[in-house]
Design a protein around this ligand. Structure first.
Ligand code: BES
Ligand code: MN
Ligand code: ZN
Length: 487
């Protein structure tokens, strides 16, 4: 899909495709619109109770004759709610509508000339809204409507559009990977994909097989991976900018390609959608691809722990005691608390690179979903500066994270095992905090570290705003935005 700009005020009516007018409910229709007809119609509908410019309302009017083939009116609500996030969401909704209408080309006109950031928001919304995961649907060719091929923003800022398009595309790459089921993507296929992307997009990649994982002392990743017929992999990707890098950042992702729970098998209701348990890893792959496209001036390391958590004959068991990469021992209370085990090894490995910061992302705990719901991720951070950096990047991109505590002494007590240094689970209460404090044991003192628990936001049941059904790619844009501003 092409996204580009067109002069804001134009005499000439646009010659083909559709036109979308974004309207505020408490302001008159702007006078810079092309054509008498469209202006009159927009004025009428702005008064009509069915539309009135209400936030989230989209009306389509087919037009006869020359020029524009249909007119979309997009309600933004009141002026005081006019924001980048509002426009981003409405644009995504509009593009979903275009997809179901078969609208191939659409020109967008905002209430005022969009600046760089507003243009980015439009491009993000357009990319995210057009997305669907339908490659396995065998619809007959003649039933297929044409795809939206061109989005034109009147008065848009080209650099802003380019940035937004890249951010949206990166999130869609992550969605595409995470939407693939466990019979398609497993640790081996994802490791191969990383190698290919490294070659295609210009970052280096090293892959460790299960023997190397064991010999390097990654007892957590090894144990979790061994219950599956497909062995685990550790992937280390490195982006190095030309010249001297400003900072060195390590990104760590949980890549459980399917989480059955292992011997502590998940019940039916909870096992469904566990193909999404690789979302953290998929995000990191997409971010590395985005980082190399944007040529970010920082050195970025992507470390991904890939395993399938299955109850096979070589599966790890409750009561097992594992020796981890940093030498600490862990007693297994529950094989379904596998994410923290694979991440622990990856975080210890990342610490040895001596980065200026570590950010991990993981679909880690059901408890985080209970705490924060499905519209907000959990943020845990050992550094206020890093936490604030991530929160402000998230706000600029319209993603939501809520900072959670990492210093609960009572929870620290429950991390202790009678037979090992740590235990991997201890009951339900405070589960997200427990998991984060468990991870902290594997990050070297002094390295600023942030942990994003994306269990509630990685997979959506319905579509709204920029969210599509299925894998969301949540946190990709926040992380890229953070890296863009990282000095
Ligand atoms: N992958 C799950 C967490 C999860 C739950 C992600 C719901 C997305 C949606 C994780 O591996 C898990 O099973 N965690 C357990 C931990 C418990 C056994 C201590 C949980 O949250 O129930
Ligand atoms: Mn689990
Ligand atoms: Zn899991």
């Amino acid at each position: 899909m092409k996204i580009y700009s067109h002069p804001f005020s134009t005499e000439e009516p646009l010659s083909r495709g559709s036109l979308a007018l974004y309207l505020l409910s408490d302001e008159p229709v702007p006078s810079h619109l092309p054509g008498e007809n469209t202006l009159r119609m927009a004025e009428l509908l702005l008064k009509d109770p069915s539309f009135k410019g209400k936030k989230g309302k989209i009306v389509r009017i087919p037009l006869e004759g020359e020029g524009v083939s249909s007119l979309y009116l997009v309600g933004l609500g009141e002026r005081k709610g006019y924001s980048e996030e509002n426009v981003r969401s409405r644009t995504a909704e509009l593009l979903r509508r275009c997809r179901s209408d078969g609208t191939e080309r659409i020109t967008l006109i905002l209430p005022e000339k969009p600046d760089g950031e507003m243009s980015s928001a439009v491009a993000e919304g357009a990319e995210l809204g057009r997305y669907s995961f339908d490659r396995y649907k065998s619809v007959r060719e003649e039933d297929r409507l044409p795809e939206t091929k061109e989005v034109i923003l009147a008065g848009g800022d080209d650099a802003g559009l380019e940035k937004g398009k890249l951010l949206g595309c990166a999130q869609n790459w992550a969605r595409d990977l995470a939407n693939e089921p466990g019979n398609v993507h497993n640790p081996l296929t994802l490791a191969d994909l990383a190698l290919k992307w490294g070659e295609d997009f210009g970052f280096s990649v090293e892959v460790w097989d299960e023997k190397r994982i064991a010999s390097e002392g990654m007892g957590g990743l090894y144990a979790v991976g061994m219950g599956s017929a497909t062995p685990p992999r550790l992937v280390h990707m490195i982006w190095k900018p030309e010249g001297t890098a400003l900072r060195k950042i390590a990104l760590v992702g949980k890549g459980i390609t399917f989480d059955s729970g292992g011997l502590n098998l998940k019940p039916g209701d909870f096992i469904r959608t566990m193909k999404g348990d690789k979302s953290g890893a998929c995000n990191i792959f997409a971010i590395l691809r985005g980082v190399s496209k944007m040529k970010i001036p920082c050195e970025v390391h992507g470390i991904v722990a890939l395993a399938e958590n299955m109850p096979g004959g070589r599966a790890f068991r409750p009561d097992d005691i594992l020796r981890m990469h940093n030498g600490k021992t862990v007693e297994v209370d529950n094989t379904d608390a596998e994410g923290r085990l694979v991440l622990a090894d990856a975080l210890s490995y990342a610490s040895n690179l001596a980065p200026d910061g570590i950010i991990d992302m993981a679909t880690l705990t059901g408890a985080c979903v209970v705490a924060l719901g499905t519209n907000m991720g959990g943020l845990f951070a050992s550094s206020d500066e890093l936490a604030e950096g991530i929160l402000s990047a998230a706000a600029r991109r319209g993603e939501r994270f809520w900072r959670m505590p990492l210093d609960d002494e009572r929870i620290t007590e429950t991390l202790k095992s009678p037979v090992a240094d740590l235990v991997n689970a201890a009951g339900r209460y405070g589960g997200a905090i427990f998991a984060a404090q468990f991870l902290r044991e594997f990050v070297k003192e002094g390295i600023p570290w942030a942990h994003l628990d994306i269990a509630g936001v990685d997979f959506f049941k319905d579509e709204y705003s920029v969210c599509c059904k299925g894998a969301s790619g949540y946190a990709v844009r926040t992380c890229l935005e953070y890296l863009l501003g990282c000095r």
